[in-house]
Design a protein around this ligand. Structure first.
Ligand code: GDP
Ligand code: ZN
Length: 338
């Protein structure tokens, strides 16, 4: 039996096998080599560069290895207490989408934390601008979001009613780069991509599969090439955005608080009851909103809880595995292959 090895990229994930596009543009559904999923359970995500063996007797390829990632979008696995879940790999920009007239600031903060944590460029796109009362209301909302996103993060406004509004988004998508689009279901992510692509590529307000709890969710993720620009991938159905590794993301999303914290008397000040706390002083002086500090503290608290659970899980797995066996499975899974 002959087999061919080819390099490609995972461009679509749905309920079936990952779809890999090879460098010549052809695509093939591929399963994972047993050695990848055994033990550490390494699975390719959207954007992963992979090596695929194509047995000539099969209509399916086999993902033999996953290249190291330049970047990952990670959240806490919503179904596991102490495991991360990677949603996308190897991208240059994250766009956070929120509906202009129904911006959820708490969710936006969280989305920004996760986006900044990836180290990618971050942009906020406010959708459905046509639903805003008037231009003044729009300007006010943009200003609030801009204050939250910080001066280095562009805040753009788009509307389906105004096709030219997407040109500023298109300009961000540099050829050869990949952008990940996040935002809750129904904010208009598919509509935005369709406007960029100029055709109804993705089903808008589509029929969604139930997720077992009677809720509906779009499950397919696919990298789409925008004509004259880069590539974009919608991440639908991302309801929960639990923090995993987000310490840097929190500091990046709250640079004002991070700067104030440097003036606190104690280096490990929790900004709660400590004397000489510059952060609380700023709140009392009306320079920092108490809601913003509350968000910051809640996210820090969530991070501390996640770390604690991870530590517990680590201790438990150590207790159940004899010292001589520790880490072997993972090492073996990593080594297998050529
Ligand atoms: P997704 O779940 O984020 O992909 O959201 P969709 O793109 O499927 O859009 C959800 C709903 O919002 C659909 O009914 C769209 O027609 C509607 N929608 C999307 N963009 C706009 C917009 O700019 N203006 C208005 N008024 N409705 C929009
Ligand atoms: Zn303090």
């Amino acid at each position: 039996m002959t087999e061919e090895w080819r390099a490609g990229e995972v461009i679509k994930l749905d309920r079936g096998y990952p779809l890999v596009r090879f460098d010549d543009g052809t695509t093939l559904r591929c399963e994972h080599a047993t050695a990848l999923v055994k033990g550490e359970d390494r699975r390719a995500v959207i954007g992963d560069r992979v090596e695929v063996s194509v047995p000539d007797s099969h209509d399916k390829g086999v993902i033999e290895s996953i290249a190291p990632r330049t970047r990952e979008f990670v959240r806490k696995d919503p179904t596991e207490r102490a495991l991360p879940q990677v949603l996308a790999a190897n991208f240059e920009r994250v766009i956070v989408a929120q509906p202009l007239s129904e911006v959820n600031l708490r969710r936006l903060e969280r989305e920004l934390v996760l986006a900044f944590e990836t180290g990618a460029q971050v942009t906020v796109v406010l959708t459905k601008a046509d639903l805003a009362e008037d231009e003044e209301a729009t300007a006010r909302l943009v200003e609030r979001v801009q204050a939250l996103a910080g001066p280095d993060t562009a805040v753009l406004v788009v509307s389906e009613q105004d096709p030219s509004s997407v040109e500023a988004v298109r300009a961000l998508l540099e050829p050869g780069t990949t952008t990940v689009l996040i935002g809750r279901s129904g904010v208009g992510k598919s509509s935005l991509i369709n406007m960029l692509v100029g055709s109804a590529m993705l089903e808008v307000g589509s029929v969604r599969e139930t997720d077992g709890k009677g809720r509906h969710t779009t499950v397919s993720r696919e990298i789409v090439t925008v004509p004259g620009a880069g590539r974009i991938v919608d991440m639908p159905g991302v309801r929960g955005l639990g923090l995993w590794d987000a310490d840097n993301g929190i500091e990046a999303a709250f640079p004002d608080i991070a700067a104030l914290a440097e003036q606190c008397r104690f280096r490990d000040c929790q900004h709660e009851k400590e004397p000489g706390c510059a952060v609380r002083a700023a709140v009392e002086a009306g320079e920092l909103s108490p809601e913003r500090l509350a968000s910051y503290l809640a996210l820090k608290q969530e991070m501390a809880a996640v770390k604690e659970r991870r530590e517990q899980a680590r201790r438990m797995s150590k207790e159940s595995v004899p010292p001589s066996k520790r880490g072997r499975k993972g090492a073996a899974a990593r080594k297998r292959h050529r």
